[in-house]
Design a protein around this ligand. Structure first.
Ligand code: RTP
Ligand code: MG
Length: 141
């Protein structure tokens, strides 16, 4: 397995619940290091651009409106197999189907308010990291 980087977002529902630290603790205790982070209230254009791959889907407008409903915490996670590891820690998109002990099972309320985002491939991770961070904002530690 190689060292990878992936993009993670703590979504507005989890920021509002004050569980950023609890979610960060899941990353850190499972071998993922936070190498960049910023809190941001996304504009509509930023959220639409980020989720552009879903723009034809029926849930797109709801997804964008949810993502701009409050601040989000955006971070780059680094570690062995970081893309898949983060997806495993997040659990299924619908928290009702998420395995026990996953972030979504423990902190998400619905398929819309589902606590976290994580890149779904190494290729998308690179695109998503570049969407929010300049190269010199990532810690080379
Ligand atoms: P994410 O991109 O946020 O990490 O979530 P994901 O990969 O698990 O799911 P994805 O298919 O990429 O969908 C993006 C977000 O859209 C909402 N969604 N709603 N109503 C629906 O059927 C539906 N399907 C997806 C979810 O909030 C999901 O996180
Ligand atoms: Mg996705």
């Amino acid at each position: 397995m190689t060292i990878e980087r992936t993009l993670s977002i703590v979504k507005p529902d989890a920021v509002a619940k004050n569980v950023i630290g609890k979610i960060y603790s899941r990353f850190e205790s499972n071998g993922l290091k936070i190498v960049a982070a910023k809190m941001k209230h996304l504009s509509k254009a930023e959220a639409e651009g980020f989720y552009a791959v879903h723009k034809e889907r029926p849930f797109f407008a709801d997804l964008v409106n949810f993502m701009i409903s409050g601040p989000v915490m955006i971070q780059v996670l680094e570690g062995e197999g970081a893309v898949a590891k983060n997806r495993e820690l997040m659990g299924a998109t619908n928290p009702k189907e998420a395995a026990a002990g996953t972030i979504r099972a423990d902190f998400a309320d619905s398929i819309d308010a589902n606590a976290v985002h994580g890149s779904d491939s190494l290729e998308n991770a690179a695109t998503e990291i570049a969407y929010f961070f300049a190269a010199d904002e990532l810690c080379a530690c």
